[in-house]
Design a protein around this ligand. Sequence first.
Ligand code: ADP
Ligand code: MG
Length: 349
Amino acid sequence: MIARTLRRGLVVASAVVLAASCSSDVPRHSERLYAFGTFIELTAYGLDETAFAEAAEQTGQRLEDWHRQWHPWEGDGLAAINRRLAEGRATAIEPDLGGLIDRARELEAASEGHFNGGLGALTRLWGFHAGADLPDAPPPEEAIAALTDPAPSLAAVRRDEVRIHSTDPRVRIDFGGFAKGVAAERITALLRRRGAGAAVVSLGGDIATHGRPPGRDWRIGIRAPRGEGLLATARLQAGEAIFTSGDYERYFTHGGRRYHHILDPRTGRPARGVRSVTVIDDDPARADAAATALFVAGPGQWQAVARSMGIRYVLLMDAHGRAHLSAAMAERLRFEAEPEPEVAEEVAL
Ligand code: ADP
Ligand code: MG
């Protein structure tokens, strides 16, 4: 029934939490916020109304702080660091931002550079950064060439307790590929600390959980990358997250081609060959970075990158509409689209 309603066109985000049908005595509250240019939906089990309202308010404040701190071009957090990197100078850094940079650098290394947290200048060149109006044509060849071969990357960034600098002056730090994962992880932790027995947060269709609802697993609907319907439903166990990167999230078309916001650091252009990648993992930040990295890796290489990142649950929809998935993911998933997508490969990771 729910799937049918969704198939009629209610799915707007990459994935949705499907409502519980069972009744239980555990109180359940939900709230919708807006941040990072997207809707954020919180649901918590086991908090009374006042405790939930306070938790939701604190979440809203945190989201505003993170937005200010993590914006690559505006404000005095990451933006200030990026300005100093552009001048080729070392700069003081707050511990929280420093920790995030370390984490992004580790994810970059584990992904063999397919996730690249230092390619902010490319994102900006293409006009895909948050808050900007999308352009109507790709940038000039020479400008792309200057930022590839090799692309700037966090491998060039060094830091000690208090200062950071880059040996490559082209590096601009961009948390866009994993910020939602970090935010989701912090929000579920906040709800847990405030006493929720279970909670789920969706940031524009990227979903993290704490615990599980009374007596069942989480059920998630995954959007079809073309059209409006549901591609599949998936089950999440306690504490798991599900993240999707899609070519339909932020794009423009030019000369009949789609140019989307997930950039291949090797070419400096939108990664080709994939429509969407969905990853389940118990670490939301890693799930987010991996969805981006496996999208870039594409049909031939996603398996190797998934292994090196330690990711077990993957669904990749290629440019022909075929499904590539891990055997573990196949067990979690039921295709809902009609006709069902052709499965190109099912791989043991
Ligand atoms: P979304 O945030 O829309 O769910 P992603 O998680 O894939 O999608 O993040 C896309 C964003 O990540 C881009 O807007 C850009 O800021 C940044 N980005 C683009 N390409 C890469 C890449 N190869 N590695 C890391 N970050 C990237
Ligand atoms: Mg991502």
